[in-house]
Every structure is written in structure tokens, then in C-alpha cells.
Design a protein around this ligand. Structure first.
Ligand SMILES: [Zn+2]
Length: 65
């Protein structure tokens, strides 16, 4: 657990996964943590993209043969 100070109301947030401030409801702009979760999020998107791509590829191959 790491203390994070809300840039809007200056209250400390102790929830590492919180994206919104508990006090004022504004989104937290986390430079370090946010970057890491962005990587995780984009990796998740890439996996879905590849699944969709191969599904489409399979569909095209089935139609050709
Ligand atoms: Zn706040």
C-alpha cells in the first residue's frame, strides 16, 4: 500500500488500484502506477486483437478452401 495524494483535494488515497478519488471523485493521475497499469491494459487489448485477428484469418481460410 502506498499513499497517494489527490491532486484535486489533497487527501491521501491508500488504495493502489483506485482510479477515482474517494473524497472528491476526480480521476487520479498517477505517473508511475498509471503507466504500469496502462501497459497491462494495452497488453490485454493486444491479446484480444490477436484473438480477433486469428478468428478472422480462420474465417477467411475456411471461405477460400
Ligand atoms: Zn480528491
Amino acid at each position: 500500500m502506498e499513499e497517494y495524494i489527490c491532486p484535486h483535494c489533497q487527501n491521501p488515497i491508500y488504495d493502489d488500484d483506485a482510479l477515482l478519488c474517494h473524497f472528491c471523485g476526480e480521476s487520479l493521475h498517477r505517473p508511475g502506477k498509471g503507466f504500469l497499469s496502462n501497459i497491462k491494459y494495452s497488453e490485454h487489448r493486444v491479446i484480444w486483437f490477436f484473438l480477433l485477428f486469428f478468428a478472422l484469418l480462420g474465417f477467411i481460410l475456411v471461405r477460400i478452401f
